[in-house]
Design a protein around this ligand. Structure first.
Ligand SMILES: [Zn+2]
Length: 419
């Protein structure tokens, strides 16, 4: 650890703090989770994948699990270390006062061939309490049974780059009753009756029952409802069959019976509030979240599940997932979310357009999705953003302009918070 500190100081001395007037070029790390596609990210990033490894996520940000590397001509440093060393110059005083000396958001490009685990994220108060508790009882931060590796909430937004499918939040009770009745198995019919009588209060025991089904019980249930799954054109049943193929006998296979099935077309985005069960099923998209890795899993995973912690966290309430309507301001589409940790916007430039960036005294992340975009500073110095390149404009730098043609994803803290 000491060694690393000295290395950072030595490299940083050679780089010099005047470099924080310039864009910070990021080299981002890839996560090879086994649910990843093998071809989409290599195509987007322009890299080869001769061994056909799954390429699941690119992480752009300063999360300690996989921070981006900042590349300077004199050498490179990790973004989290750079922020620790120069918080005011990179983040700005305002962001530090509101969120502490950390980059508040994390940006990912995610590409799923099959479903990710069903998960729930805590709200801020729960994350703080859960983290403090696990620290106090001494569960190592990397232990598989660790639920809270950090003390932050993890609201997230998903912006579809390809058709994207997911499960988000509980369905209306009548909808669950209809699906259980259609499935037709004896226990499911009984639950349908309970739900009809108890409404949302019956969701708790029903979800607990579903969550705790053994592999044997899931297999038995699936074979009992197999005629409905095969012959009823209900899209929920098609999804269950697909999940049964991806995660045989996992209790999460039956989750589409209770969770809303959502599909996005490219360019649409959805927000996932805290304490809401969700699973991304397949597709490629941008995911922006508060900088956290706090995940409670609820199925479709071989990983650790804490049913007790999970049931305490979930809000048992039906909800209607809403596609976010972006506010269009000139060439920018802004996807506002009900938290202030981040706002994603998509900037579309055509030849001759000029777009002001980095106007506030906060850090701003730019990720080029398409085209060739020039980034110019007040002195007229220019850099080129090609597809899959990303920069962080430090708070200490202002007066940037984008021009050229292309599509840029831009993330910053919610602008209404700015002075
Ligand atoms: Zn999530």
């Amino acid at each position: 650890m000491k060694m690393k500190e000295e290395t950072f100081q030595a490299v940083w001395q050679a780089i010099g703090s005047e470099s924080l007037q310039q864009p910070l070029w990021l080299k981002n790390s890839l996560q090879h989770y086994e649910w990843g596609t093998t071809d989409v990210l290599p195509w987007l990033l322009g890299i080869a994948n001769p061994e056909q490894q799954p390429q699941a996520e690119v992480w752009v940000g300063a999360h300690p699990k996989a921070p981006s590397e900042v590349i300077f001509p004199e050498g490179s440093v990790m973004l989290d270390k750079l922020i620790d060393s120069q918080p005011h110059a990179v983040l700005g005083a305002h962001s530090i006062t509101r969120f502490g000396p950390k980059l508040p958001f994390l940006f990912k490009i995610l590409s799923a061939r099959k479903a990710l685990s069903i998960q729930v994220h805590p709200d801020l108060a729960q994350a703080q309490a859960g983290f403090a508790h696990e620290e106090a009882v001494g569960i190592p931060i990397t232990a598989p049974e660790r639920n809270y590796p950090d003390a932050n909430h993890k609201p997230e937004l998903l912006y579809a780059l390809t058709p994207f499918y997911g499960l988000i939040g509980f369905r209306p009770i009548d909808e669950i009753v209809r699906l259980l009745t259609l499935a037709g198995e004896q226990q499911l019919l009984q639950w349908a009756e309970h739900l009809q009588k108890g409404r949302e209060s019956a969701l708790v025991p029903f979800y607990r029952w579903l969550l705790l089904l053994s592999h044997k019980e899931v297999t038995h249930l699936l074979s009992a409802i197999s005629p409905s799954l095969q012959f009823n054109p209900e899209p929920t049943f098609t999804e269950i069959q697909r999940l049964a193929h991806e995660y045989p006998a996992d209790s999460g296979v039956l989750a589409p019976l209770v969770l809303n099935l959502v599909s996005l077309v490219p360019g649409e985005a959805i927000f996932i509030p805290a304490r809401t069960p969700h699973a991304y099923l397949r597709g490629t998209g941008i995911e922006v979240m508060a900088c956290s890795d706090n995940v409670l899993r609820a199925g479709l995973t071989p990983k650790h599940i804490s049913p007790g912690e999970l049931l305490n966290t979930v809000i048992f309430q039906s909800m209607q997932p809403e596609i976010i309507r972006p506010a269009v301001v000139g060439m920018e589409q802004r996807f506002s979310v009900p938290v202030d940790d981040f706002e994603l916007s998509i900037v579309r430039l055509q030849q001759g357009d000029h777009f002001p960036a980095g106007m506030s005294a906060d850090a701003e992340l730019l990720y080029c999705l398409k085209g060739e975009v020039s980034l110019t500073n007040e002195l007229g110095e220019s850099w080129l953003l090609a597809p899959a390149t990303s920069v962080l404009l430090p708070a200490a730098s202002t007066g940037w302009q984008l021009s050229g043609y292309g599509k840029i994803a831009r993330v910053r803290i919610r602008p209404s918070l700015m002075h």
